[in-house]
Design a protein around this ligand. Structure first.
Ligand SMILES: Cc1cc2nc3c(=O)[nH]c(=O)nc-3n(C[C@H](O)[C@H](O)[C@H](O)COP(=O)(O)O)c2cc1C
Length: 181
């Protein structure tokens, strides 16, 4: 499939099929993420794939409890990818402070979207998750307290026929222009 078609086909999946995801496919998603560019080639990420059903259930029970209940649909996702935002290279951090730009978040976003698009290409659906109980995730996976988890990605097979059309996007002329603002 042409890249633009794949990009347009991708939608956030919030209803997953109860099928396990093959480790080989998960590895390809991780490879796609690993190949992402990053400021100063800093690679400020670490991915923890949670595909053990018991652990995943425990994690989801805690991470999407209370205030975070809106994302309880993740309990049905067979895989949760936890992206830890690592410190990255000194130069990228100093440069980021100087510019007032959190390069590591840009880096994480690119790597995560690589993962998402690779998944889509293999028939797997994903949903970025930014609203979750971070300390609960850390506890469930023994992640040190001083680490930062900005996002998770829910991953699993889905029924393409049951997908609604994607959310509207702003018209191109509103978000892009040539040669001037
Ligand atoms: C950084 C980030 C965080 C997000 N967090 C959530 C979330 O917590 N829960 C959720 O259901 N969707 C979440 N989304 C998905 C967006 O709602 C979704 O991408 C957007 O509405 C566009 O819809 P589409 O992905 O189907 O094209 C998140 C997306 C991004 C990029």
């Amino acid at each position: 499939m042409a890249l633009l078609d794949l990009i347009k086909q991708r939608k956030s999946v919030r209803r997953f099929l109860d099928w396990p995801v093959e480790r080989e496919k998960i590895m390809m998603c991780l490879e796609a993420a690993r190949a992402a560019p990053s400021a100063c080639n800093s690679q400020p990420w670490r991915f923890i794939v949670v595909d053990d059903p018991e652990l995943k259930n425990r994690l989801c029970e805690r991470a999407f409890h209370g205030l975070y209940f809106i994302n309880a649909f993740c309990k049905k996702a067979p895989v949760i990818v936890v992206i830890i935002s690592e410190k990255g290279r000194f130069l990228a951090r100093i440069g980021g402070m100087f510019r007032g730009t959190r390069y590591y978040l840009i880096d994480i976003g690119i790597a995560g979207e690589h993962l998402v698009l690779q998944a889509e290409e293999m028939g797997l659906g994903t949903c970025w998750i930014g609203w979750f109980n971070e300390s609960a995730v850390k506890k469930a996976l023994s992640i040190p307290k001083d680490k930062k988890i900005d996002v998770l990605i829910a991953l699993g097979y889905y029924d393409k026929k049951k997908m609604k059309s994607t959310r509207d996007r702003e018209p191109l002329e509103k978000v892009a222009s040539f040669n001037a603002y």
